[in-house]
Design a protein around this ligand. Structure first.
Ligand code: NAP
Length: 321
C-alpha cells in the first residue's frame, strides 16, 4: 500500500434500512489486499499492529463511515468497550461491511472491555453482554477496562478483590471449550496492579492496553510486560490529538513528507507496539493507516523518545488501590 496506489472508481452499496437512514455508502477501493503487520500473542493468536479506536464514535452512520475507511485502508482490528456504548453499532457495521470488502469474521480482530460497573460478581454477565451486543460468537480480546470498580472510592480495599474476581470469571470464559473470549487482558493497570495480577493469575494476561506516546513512554511497564510475555498495546498515541501540533513532531513529519499523526503512530509501531488511532473522518482514518511504508531513523526515534515527561492526556489509574 502506498499513497500513490491507483484509485479505481468507488463502488456504491445500499445499506439495509435497519442499519441506516442513509441510503448509500460509497465503498472506496481496497488499497491493501495484504493484512497489516501483526504481533504474536501468548495465546498463539496474532493481533494486528494497527487497529481502529472507536471511543466517541457515537452513532451507526459515524461507525459505518470510519469502519469502511479502515477496512479499505487495510485495518483488520477494531477496539471498542462496554463504556463506549457502541458495541452494537460496531457489530452491525462489521456484519454489513465485511462481505462488501470480501472479508469474513475470521479476518478481523475485535477487542472489547469489561466496564467498571461490572467488576467483580457481575463480570461474567458483563462479558456475555458484550458478546450479545456485538452479536458475535467470540471476541478476540477482552480486557478489564480499569482497575477500579464504579461506585467505590479509589482507595477502597474492595477494588483489588473485585478485579481478582473479574479476572477469575474471564479466565473461566476464556478456558471453557466454547472459547467465547479468545484472549483476555487488562487496561489502565499500573505496574503495581499488574504485579498483583501476575502473582495470582492462572492465565497470564495476553495484552496490557495503556496510554503510550512520546510524552509517556511507560518504561517500567514495558519492561515488565516484556519479561512476562504480555503484549504492550498503546492507546491515545496521538495524545488524544494534543500531540499533533507539537513542534518537534511537526518538524520530524516535515522531514519525511508525512503528517504528525503518521509520525506518532510510526514511532510506536516501529517499536513493535500496536496502536489504535481513532478518527471519525474517513480521510484521517486512511491517513493514520499509512504507517507501514516509511521508517524513522534511529536518530528521530530517539529525538521523539526524548520528549518523555510522564504526561497523561487520558485517565490516571495510579491512585486506585
Ligand atoms: P487518539 O487516537 O490519540 O486521538 C484521537 C483524536 O485525534 C480525535 O480527536 C481525532 O479527531 C483526532 N485525530 C485522529 N487522527 C487524526 C489525524 N490524522 N489528523 C488530525 N486529527 C486526528 O485518542 P483516543 O481516541 O483517546 O485513543 C484511541 C483509541 O484508543 C480510542 O478510540 C479507544 O479505542 C482506545 N482508548 C482506550 C482507552 C482505555 O482506557 N483502554 C482510553 C483511551 C482510548 P476526529 O475523530 O475528529 O478525527
Amino acid at each position: 500500500m502506498s499513497e500513490s496506489d491507483p484509485q479505481p472508481s468507488p463502488l456504491t452499496l445500499s445499506i439495509p434500512p435497519i442499519l441506516s437512514s442513509t441510503p448509500t455508502l460509497s465503498i472506496p477501493p481496497i488499497l491493501s489486499s495484504s493484512p497489516t503487520p501483526s504481533v504474536l500473542l501468548n495465546t498463539g493468536a496474532r493481533m494486528p499492529l494497527l487497529g481502529l479506536g472507536t471511543y466517541r464514535l457515537r452513532d451507526l452512520d459515524d461507525t459505518l463511515q470510519a469502519v469502511n475507511a479502515a477496512l479499505s485502508t487495510g485495518y483488520r482490528s477494531f477496539d471498542t468497550a462496554s463504556v463506549y456504548r457502541n458495541e452494537a453499532d460496531l457489530g452491525r457495521a462489521l456484519r454489513h461491511l465485511l462481505p462488501k470488502h470480501g472479508l469474513s469474521r475470521a479476518d478481523v480482530f475485535i477487542t472489547s472491555k469489561l466496564g467498571p460497573k461490572d467488576q467483580g460478581a457481575r463480570a461474567r454477565e458483563g462479558a456475555l453482554r458484550s458478546l450479545e451486543l456485538l452479536d458475535l460468537d467470540y471476541i478476540d480480546l477482552y480486557l478489564i477496562h480499569w482497575p477500579g470498580t464504579q461506585g467505590l472510592g479509589v482507595g477502597d480495599k474492595r477494588n483489588p478483590e473485585n478485579r481478582a474476581q473479574s479476572w477469575a470469571e474471564l479466565e473461566e470464559l476464556h478456558a471453557q471449550g466454547q472459547g467465547k473470549l479468545k484472549a483476555i487482558g487488562v487496561s489502565n493497570y499500573t505496574p503495581g496492579h499488574m504485579k498483583e495480577l501476575l502473582e495470582g493469575c492462572c492465565v497470564t494476561p495476553a495484552v496490557l492496553q495503556v496510554e503510550f506516546h512520546p510524552r509517556l513512554s511507560q518504561g517500567e511497564m514495558r519492561r515488565l510486560c516484556g519479561e512476562k510475555g504480555v503484549c504492550f498495546q498503546a492507546y491515545s498515541s496521538l495524545g488524544t490529538g494534543s500531540l499533533l501540533q507539537d513542534p518537534l513532531v511537526v518538524q520530524v513529519a516535515l522531514g519525511y513528507g508525512r503528517t504528525p499523526a503518521q509520525v506518532l503512530l510510526r514511532w510506536a509501531v516501529q517499536q513493535g507496539v500496536p496502536v489504535l488511532p481513532k478518527s471519525s473522518h474517513p480521510t484521517r482514518v486512511a491517513e493514520n493507516g499509512r504507517v507501514f511504508d516509511f521508517e524513522l531513523t534511529a536518530e528521530d526515534m530517539e529525538r521523539l523518545g526524548g520528549m518523555d515527561c510522564g504526561q497523561k492526556y487520558c485517565w490516571d489509574p495510579s491512585q486506585v488501590a
